[in-house]
Design a protein around this ligand. Structure first.
Ligand SMILES: NC(=O)c1ccc[n+]([C@@H]2O[C@H](COP(=O)([O-])OP(=O)(O)OC[C@H]3O[C@@H](n4cnc5c(N)ncnc54)[C@H](O)[C@@H]3O)[C@@H](O)[C@H]2O)c1
Ligand SMILES: [Zn+2]
Length: 391
């Protein structure tokens, strides 16, 4: 394949497909060109700092954001046929050489074998240190493409083009990249900040409703951590069909909360931990259910559990609000889970420092606190109440 980045040769086995399929598929996605209203630009004040740009028609303007001349787009087989064409047309129109690397959709692609195939495809086509990786897709592609950017030639430029709501409000911002191992999720990884995050709201039109719900959970989580307007929105008129203007506003406000926490604490020793609201139990039930229950649904139950713990301590009374949210968002039912197993997974969670479980509890909307002294009895009681409420 040499140095011809746009060649159509398949350079690898079934895990990664490389080539110019985007020429055939691209025309289908060019409808993203409409520019409705100005894009929002939010700075993330880490070093080096970068912007999160949120708006409509941004894929068709991709060349405005990507400086490098050689670009590897990493995407998946759901997203690439829809959106890689318009992105690459913009880049090619600006004289850049573009290669498209497509992986299978889903968490299974976040593995060492797929990552090494990406690097090999990049090396085969002669990408050098001046190249950029553009991750176009949900959080899987963002984490995988991000880790490829962090590791190829000891690091090349990364641009995140998130297309799922979860990726827009959560995974594309903050600089965490990584892979799973058979032993557990996200056990391999690196901090690698993107040069820019470009969230084209138009792409959400094709996101399946169940995926929209997963992103909504992280969005409302940031609302509970720092922006009551987001909580009111999700409790009210929120749905995948709200106007692009409202979608943009919601994504921007959610990103603002996360960006502030990330900037205050680039390495997760302090306030970044607030973003784990609902995740101590959430990760445990996700693992205990053998990943059958989607992450967002698990976090939703985890946030109710945290509210029950907070209520038990007289910290706050948000239980009814979280219960109503569950009613509204309709997560998959909480499966029958063995409490000892759930507890064991909570203990295994990588956030358990010095053997003590940490929970993020809310004093009120916008006032999170990390506690490390929750007793076994408090946890068991909150679990019983959660199960009763969800029965
Ligand atoms: N790096 C971080 O800080 C961070 C934070 C949270 C989550 N994550 C990771 O993110 C991943 C989950 O991300 P996700 O929920 O976006 O999952 P995902 O990437 O698997 O996307 C969900 C599904 O939606 C499809 N999709 C995405 N955008 C679409 C669009 N616009 N139209 C149609 N289909 C579309 C995908 O192909 C996939 O099938 C997990 O691996 C998780 O570990 C990382
Ligand atoms: Zn989460």
């Amino acid at each position: 394949m040499g140095r011809e980045h746009s060649g159509s040769t398949r350079v690898s086995g079934p895990l990664v497909k490389a080539g110019s399929e985007l020429d055939a598929a691209g025309s289908r996605a060019s409808a993203t060109g409409s520019q409705d209203g100005a894009a929002r630009r939010l700075p993330v004040a880490v070093s080096p700092s970068y912007d999160v740009v949120i708006g409509q028609g941004l894929l068709a303007a991709a060349a405005d954001f990507v400086a490098e001349r050689h670009v590897a787009i990493v995407s998946d087989e759901h997203v690439a046929p829809l959106y890689a064409g318009s992105l690459s047309d913009s880049l090619r129109g600006a004289g850049k050489q573009v290669m498209l690397l497509t992986v299978s959709p889903g968490e299974a692609s976040k593995q060492v074998g797929v990552w090494s195939q990406l690097l090999e495809a990049m090396a085969t086509s002669g990408l050098n240190r001046d190249a950029a990786v553009v991750a176009l897709g949900g959080g899987v592609v963002g984490d995988l493409g991000g880790f490829a950017a962090a590791t190829y030639l000891r690091g090349v430029a990364l641009y995140q083009f998130p297309t799922s709501l979860l990726a827009m409000v959560d995974s594309s911002v903050g600089g965490k990249t990584g892979l799973d191992l058979p032993q557990g999720k996200n056990l391999v990884g690196a901090f690698w900040q993107p040069r820019a995050v470009v969230a084209d709201i138009d792409t959400l039109a094709t996101l399946p409703a169940a995926e929209f719900r997963q992103g909504t959970v992280e969005l409302v989580k940031t609302g509970f951590l720092g922006d009551p307007w987001l909580v009111d929105l999700v409790e009210g008129e929120w749905s995948p069909t709200v106007s692009p203007a409202l979608l943009s506003e919601a994504v921007a406000r959610s990103v603002a909360v996360k960006a502030a926490k990330v900037a205050a604490d680039e390495r997760e020793s302090g306030v970044r931990a607030h973003l784990n609201l609902g995740h101590t139990l959430g990760h445990a039930i996700e693992a205990a259910s053998d990943l059958q229950l989607p992450h967002g649904d698990c976090v939703l139950y985890g946030m109710l559990y945290a509210a029950l713990l907070a209520e038990g301590r007289g910290l706050s009374d948000l239980v009814a609000r979280f219960a109503q949210l569950i009613e509204r968002l309709q997560p998959r039912p909480l499966p029958e889970l063995d409490y000892d197993r759930v507890t064991a997974y909570m203990g295994r969670d990588k956030k358990a420092a010095q053997g003590r479980l940490k929970f993020v509890l809310l004093h009120d909307v916008g006032v999170p606190v990390v506690v490390g002294d929750v007793s076994d009895a408090e946890r068991a009681l909150a679990w019983r109440r959660l199960k009763e409420m969800m029965a």
